[in-house]
Design a protein around this ligand. Structure first.
Ligand SMILES: CC(=O)N[C@H]1[C@@H](OP(=O)(O)O)O[C@H](CO)[C@@H](O)[C@@H]1O
Ligand SMILES: [Mg+2]
Length: 556
């Protein structure tokens, strides 16, 4: 880095980090009250430019705090693949976000540039795509990010406007692959692959009794608006969008609220009993479905990420079985695509049993898409979902070129095999390969329900969730909790895991774990058991343990 570059960094008015706030890149980027984020976002702008120079590719910056309250905001980096920032760079992100003086900041950057051998030869300038959600603080934070990026001579920043998080990730991925990468291209790809799947619905399914209308809770966020735009391209497909911005973002609405509280979101009521409903979160990277049971209890029948995962897994597995029925020696080959499913400890135990019962390989990672995505990418077809509705299906290049070969003339026209191959190819286009995407996920759910001739009620009955409960506990220092084995065991503070085990043992089908949240300053408690009372009781007693070991008055 030359002196000019250093002085550009030093000259920013945004240099000083908030005092007494320790920032961490966390599960999904930096998040905090928007009022303290200017300097962090400026610094992440610098990081993004460096990442672009290092990879010689376009990088994405998304300004969002997803499902968190509207006064919060955050920033995350999309790597050249469209996925999350490589975990190797997270310590650097933490270090620069917390550097307390301008000189410390410049020194950290200088050392990192040398260590990583980041080229400053001017051959390629940094290129960053910027997106933000609908939060009012987004606009000024975007300017802060730009200031960071433009510390580098010749840097290019493209403001893509208000987007869903998955749209931005998709754009980065497409751009770096030399593909069409505008919002219009995104809508075009989603709608054309959706129509293709609808055209391939077997005649028998068309006759069945699926309730046609879908009502979507847009969380008063960006997803609602984008879904309205997408809808126009879906040939009259009947979607009604509610909570599209008049109310407060994520307040009593949205996928996080619906999944965690299991209650009817605002804007829904007795007129919706029995109707197929879905909720997006504030930046539209999460999707859950639900329906209102006949009695007016305020409760919902939730169809969460685990069940979306199960639906996708059944469909993909069915299509693969059709391909496997190949009898013709000319088109048969020895390649057996490997299908894998990835979950976290939050997955309902009943879903894991169900998926294993289908003969599928199920593996677990810690919470956070960055872990799930990485694991799923190891398979020819890797399906991952968090229970909260964030997930996607990843297809390997090898599998896709095998599939394309199969589609291109190897099968007799109109054969079941050819249709199955076309369906899988359409799924690979419809479902966002960069990151979990509520809009593309929603269209895939709709297409699969149509193909199977299933109503939401048939889908819900795949298996019965074990009753579960989630709680949050405020503690003095959440980093005091250290976990292992995909967050199922607490290794620190000593003694707490044994105490949790003792509580779990008192409950039939009991399971409970704790972990520090990576997006909020809390310890999360999860419990499940054979009845709701038992799950509530287990969660409460584990929360008390957390308080005893780690609370403000605790010894931990
Ligand atoms: C229990 C839960 O829902 N945790 C969420 C939440 O992370 P925490 O680290 O638990 O705060 O936000 C993440 C980002 O959206 C998401 O990946 C994750 O699943
Ligand atoms: Mg989100």
């Amino acid at each position: 880095m030359d002196e000019r570059q250093k002085s550009l960094i030093l000259n920013s008015s945004l240099l000083y980090p908030p005092s007494q706030v320790k920032l961490s890149y966390g599960t999904a980027g930096f998040r905090a009250d928007a009022s303290v984020l200017q300097s962090t976002v400026y610094r992440v702008g610098i990081l993004a430019a460096l990442r672009s120079l290092k990879t010689q590719s376009a990088i994405g910056l998304m300004i969002t705090a997803s499902h968190n309250q509207v006064s919060h905001n955050g920033i995350k980096v999309a790597d050249p693949s469209g996925g999350m920032l490589t975990q190797d760079w997270e310590p650097f992100a933490d270090a620069i976000a917390n550097a307390s003086t301008p000189q410390d900041l410049v020194q950290l950057i200088d050392e990192f540039v040398k260590r990583e051998n980041i080229p400053f030869d001017g051959v390629k300038s940094p290129e960053i795509l910027l997106g933000r959600d609908t939060r009012p603080s987004g606009e000024s934070l975007l300017e802060a990010a730009k200031q960071g990026i433009h510390c580098f001579v010749g840097a290019l920043s493209h403001d893509m406007g208000i987007l869903t998080t998955p749209q931005l990730h998709w754009m980065v991925r497409s751009r770096n692959r030399g593909l069409k990468a505008t919002e219009l291209d995104y809508f075009e790809l989603l709608s054309s692959s959706f129509r293709c799947l609808i055209d391939l619905i077997p005649n028998a399914s068309k006759l069945s009794d699926t309730n046609d209308k879908l009502v979507v809770d847009g969380a008063n966020g960006v997803g609602a608006h984008k879904l309205e735009l997408l809808k126009k391209k879906l040939n009259g497909f009947d979607i009604e969008v509610r909570n599209s911005g008049k109310g407060v973002l994520n307040e009593g609405v949205g996928a996080d609220y619906v999944q965690k509280e299991k209650v009817v979101p605002q804007g829904f009521g007795s007129q919706d009993i029995g109707v197929r409903c879905a909720s997006l979160d504030g930046d539209a990277d999460r999707l859950v479905y639900f329906s209102l049971p006949s009695e007016d209890s305020g409760k919902i029948d939730l169809v969460d990420g685990d069940k979306i995962l199960s639906l996708f897994a059944i469909f993909v597995k069915d299509q693969l079985s059709i391909l496997n029925e190949e009898r013709d020696e000319n088109t048969k080959d020895n390649y057996q695509p490997c299908l894998g499913v990835v979950q976290t400890a939050y997955a309902n135990g009943a879903s894991t049993d169900y998926l294993k019962g289908l003969g599928l390989e199920v593996v677990f990672t810690p919470t956070g898409v960055k872990y799930l995505h990485e694991k799923a990418a190891e398979y020819d077809i890797g399906i991952y979902f968090e229970a909260n509705g964030h997930g996607t299906i990843l297809f390997s290049e090898r599998f896709l070129s095998w599939l394309e070969q199969k589609c291109n003339g190897l099968y007799s026209k109109g054969s079941e095999q050819q249709k199955a191959a076309f369906r899988l190819l359409a799924v690979s286009k419809l479902i966002n390969q960069a990151v979990g995407d509520a809009l593309s996920g929603l269209l895939l759910v709709e297409a699969i329900l149509g193909n199977m001739g299933w109503s939401i009620h048939r889908w819900k009955e795949l298996y019965h969730d074990l009753p579960s409960k989630q709680l949050k506990v405020k503690v003095a220092d959440r980093t005091a909790v250290v976990t292992a084995n995909a967050e199922t065991v607490v290794v620190r503070p000593p003694g707490i895991q044994e105490a949790i085990n003792a509580d779990v043992a008192k409950h039939s089908r009991g399971r409970s774990f704790i972990r520090p949240s990576g997006t909020e300053d809390v310890i999360r408690v999860y419990a499940e058991a054979s009845t709701q009372e038992a799950a509530d009781d287990l969660a409460n007693s584990v929360a008390k343990l957390v308080d005893r070991f780690l609370g403000y008055g605790g010894s931990g």
